[in-house]
Structures are given as structure tokens and as C-alpha cells.
Design a protein around this ligand. Structure first.
Ligand code: ZN
Length: 472
């Protein structure tokens, strides 16, 4: 390129005013750089339509930078590749390992969903194809190029990329672009999902040195989480209390990060004898596979110092000697009849599918059962109905009375809350010329904008879906 372009632009395509389908496009001269390529989650028709829509023709996209492995950030990649993208996908090494598990699982769900739809609608002659299959995932995985944190790499001529620790999940990164324009180099930072200042499992997010344009997530822009370290006492209380009642504790849990965090806490509580010996089962092949990736990257800098020290000293932060990881379906079924007090962790995290449904079907009607909710429950999900205190719920098409006690642990979010987000922005020196609030419902974005205004931080924008900003 003889002359750098005078301007570049950012197109907010997905995950602007919503917490799903993260996709933003940086256009620089003839280059099109995609930040994340998430899958939309929600009602089938809208989710499929939105997932199929890209901010530019996939064949015309030059480069992709991926913040982390969660499906709402990565799950559109196999479709992008299927539709003709043939460039590189930049990410960190743990993200690449996690992607194999996350995207394969997503492909299997797509294939099953299409099969189910086609069976139900066969008489009407309706037929859908899966968004992508496992072959598309293999092609996507071959396009990955891994980088360490804080080590710049060329993206296209005139643009340099770097990843910084985002503190959200293993290997999660903020994406930094140094963009050469006619007059100067401009620095764009996209936080992806941002972690918290204090976390049991993750190291806090890094504060980058120079940011002109900030794209920051706002999932909890209007919320304050309770202190994370109270989670251990909360959990110990529940377990010790249920000792009296001898009933099982069911924990619907996300396979990536939340399960490993809970296991780490439980392992510590057991060793410190703050809880009595109890059978603990992680009833999820996916969680077991992800835990293996954590084992491989146990010294990774994105994990907290407390965790890394524990891993070096004790060698077993995932309780491989005490906790049972259940893979086979037959073993999962047998858990019902195992004697003694027990904790069963199983997916899905919002009780929308997976093995947790079988345990709920068997145990939700008993007053001795404790159902411990440890993550966000989206509206419309079974998990949400249970949190809201419904005494009758439908599981596999049949109504069940709810006699189990429902407890909610809100301490363990892997997303920054309003305090963390405000701290992060205030820590940037000098202040960004422009801050774009993304990946949050409008109420969360408005709440954070208001908070920032009170702190003298203006030039804050809440972009709409499809909006384009020309920057220099
Ligand atoms: Zn995430």
C-alpha cells in the first residue's frame, strides 16, 4: 500500500444492543477485518436468520480475530468458512483447544436440531439443513493461527494485532488493533467478554497502555455482583446444611469455566475440612473434556495466581482424585441409586437440555433435594422458571411438582459488573477518544452510560445493529 487510508470504519453488526451473536467489522482500505463471529441464540427463526447474516460477504473478508471460545462469540465461524471465508482466524492457544470441543458440540446440536425439525414438519414438506456440520468445523479449526498475549502480529498491511488477557475464561483475550492512517497510528481495543477485578479462577483483565477507540462489553452494565470470596462460605453452608437432610444437591452448570471454578472451590473446601466428605460427580462428557484442556493449560497466565499456586503445590485443582467425572450414559443413570450424600453437576447451565433434565425429572419432586443455581438464567428457560419459584414445571413434556429447595449463588459471574467496567475505563490513560458500549441490553448500556457520565466520562456511544462509524 503506497498511502495509508485517511479513515477506517467500524460496523456494529451483531452483539451491539444484545448479549448474543458478537460480530464487528473493521474496514480499512480494501481490507475487512472481522472481530468475533458469534452464533445467535434465542428463538429458532430469528436466530437462524441473524446467524446467516454477515457484515460483509464471507469471501471478501480478509482476516478474523477471535476473543474467546464461547459460542456467542465463535459459533458463527464454521458457517463463515462454509460460505467461502478462506483466510486465517487469529486466537490464543487455549482458545484454539477449547474451540474444537465447543464448535463440534455446536455442530452436533445443529445437526440434531435440523433432524428434529424435519421429522416434526415432514408432513408439511418443510425441510431445513443444519447451519453447518462437523466437516465445516474441521475446516475452521485448520484456519486457526495461535498467538501469545502481548505479542504483536501482522493482520493486514498497516494493521497490527495483539491479544491481552481479558480475565473472562481460560485463554480469553481482548483484541487490540494498531491501525496506521494517513496522519498517525490509531489504537482500537475490543474487550470481547471482560472478566472481573476479583475472581477465584481467573486473573484480572490487563489494562492496555494506549486506547483511542474502545469497544467494551456491558452484559452487567447496570448490576453489582456480591463479593466473589463470599462464594466459598455460601457453598460450604449449603453443603453442611444438606448434610442434616442427607438429600442430593443438583447444580446445573456451564461446561466452560463455571464447572472448573466450582470444582476448584469444592476441592479447597474438602482439603480445608470446611465440608464433610461428600460424593461429587461432574456428569458431563463435555465438562470432562474441557477440564482436560484446563489441565493442559494449568499454568496459563489467564488463570488466577491462587489457582496456579494451588496447581503447583497440590497438583490436583480439578479433584481428579476425589471428584468423579461421568462420561458414559449408563454411569449417569446409575447416579440415581448411588448411596450417600452427593453433589451432581450437569449441563445444560439453564436446564434447557442435557443430563441435568434427567436428574431434575427424578429429584425435583423431593423436598430433600437442593437445586443450586450458579449462573445467569435467561428468560423463558426452565432454569429461570425454577428460580422464579414455579411449583409446577414441564420436563420432557410431563408436568412435575417442585418440592426441591431452590438456592441461588450469584457470586461467581465471569463477567465484569458495573464497578469493574467503570474501573476498567477509568484505568485507561489517556482516556479513549470514543467509547462504544456493546454486548448488552439497552437498559444495561444506559445504566453504565449514566454511571460514566457521573464520573466525567463522556463521548460514550451505544451503537445500534448495523450502524457504521467512520474514524480517523
Ligand atoms: Zn464469554
Amino acid at each position: 500500500m503506497d498511502h495509508a487510508p485517511q479513515f477506517f470504519s467500524i460496523r456494529f453488526h451483531g452483539g451491539a444492543d444484545e448479549v448474543t451473536g458478537s460480530r464487528h467489522l473493521v474496514e480499512y482500505g480494501p481490507s475487512k477485518i472481522l472481530l468475533d463471529c458469534g452464533l445467535y441464540q434465542g428463538h429458532r427463526h430469528e436466530a437462524l436468520t441473524k446467524t446467516r447474516s454477515f457484515p460483509a460477504d464471507p469471501k471478501s473478508i480478509t482476516s478474523v480475530l477471535l476473543s474467546h471460545a464461547h459460542i456467542d462469540h465463535s459459533g458463527g465461524l464454521p458457517l463463515l468458512v462454509k460460505e467461502g471465508y478462506n483466510g486465517v482466524i487469529h486466537c490464543t492457544a487455549p482458545t484454539a483447544d477449547l474451540l474444537r470441543i465447543m464448535l463440534m458440540d455446536s455442530a452436533i446440536l445443529q445437526e440434531e436440531d435440523a433432524k428434529f425439525f424435519n421429522k416434526i414438519h415432514a408432513t408439511e414438506g418443510l425441510h431445513i439443513e443444519p447451519l453447518y456440520d462437523q466437516g465445516d468445523v474441521e475446516k475452521t479449526l485448520r484456519a486457526l493461527k495461535v498467538h501469545s498475549y502481548d505479542e504483536p502480529f501482522p493482520v493486514v498491511e498497516g494493521v497490527e494485532g495483539s491479544f491481552f488477557n481479558a480475565g473472562h475464561v481460560l485463554g480469553s483475550a481482548m483484541v487490540h488493533l494498531g491501525i496506521k492512517t494517513l496522519k498517525r497510528t490509531r489504537h482500537v481495543l475490543f474487550t470481547g467478554d471482560l472478566g472481573r477485578r476479583e475472581s477465584i479462577l481467573m486473573d484480572p483483565p490487563k489494562i492496555p497502555a494506549h486506547v483511542d477507540y474502545l469497544l467494551i462489553e456491558t452484559t452487567y452494565g447496570g448490576r453489582t455482583h456480591p463479593p466473589v470470596h463470599e462464594a466459598e462460605a455460601f457453598l460450604a453452608n449449603i453443603i453442611n446444611r444438606s448434610e442434616k437432610e442427607a438429600g442430593p444437591i443438583l447444580i446445573p452448570s456451564f461446561a466452560l469455566e463455571r464447572t472448573q471454578e466450582l470444582v476448584f472451590i469444592l476441592e479447597k473446601l474438602l482439603r480445608q475440612k470446611r465440608i464433610q466428605p461428600i460424593h461429587i460427580y461432574v456428569d458431563s462428557p463435555m465438562a470432562a473434556n474441557i477440564t482436560e484442556i484446563f489441565q493442559k493449560h494449568r499454568g496459563h497466565i489467564s488463570l488466577s495466581k491462587e489457582f496456579r499456586d494451588f496447581a503447583v503445590k497440590d497438583g490436583d485443582p480439578f479433584g481428579l482424585g476425589t471428584i468423579r467425572y461421568v462420561r458414559a450414559v449408563e454411569d449417569s443413570k446409575r447416579l440415581m441409586n448411588t448411596p450417600g450424600r452427593k453433589i451432581i453437576m450437569a449441563g445444560s447451565g439453564m436446564c434447557e437440555g442435557g443430563r441435568i433434565l434427567h436428574h431434575l425429572r427424578n429429584l425435583v419432586g423431593l423436598s430433600t433435594t437442593t437445586l443450586l443455581i450458579v449462573g445467569h438464567q435467561a428468560s423463558g428457560t426452565l432454569g429461570r422458571r425454577l428460580v422464579e419459584g414455579n411449583r409446577k414445571v414441564k420436563i420432557f413434556g410431563l408436568m412435575h411438582d417442585v418440592a426441591a429447595e431452590v438456592q441461588v449463588l450469584t457470586h461467581l459471574s465471569s463477567h465484569a459488573d458495573q464497578e469493574d467496567l467503570s474501573w476498567f475505563i477509568r484505568s485507561l490513560s489517556p482516556r479513549p477518544a470514543q467509547t462504544f458500549l456493546v454486548h448488552g441490553d439497552q437498559t444495561q448500556r444506559d445504566a453504565l452510560k449514566e454511571r460514566l457520565k457521573g464520573e466525567g466520562i463522556t463521548r460514550v456511544i451505544t451503537p445500534r445493529f448495523g450502524e457504521v462509524f467512520e474514524l480517523d
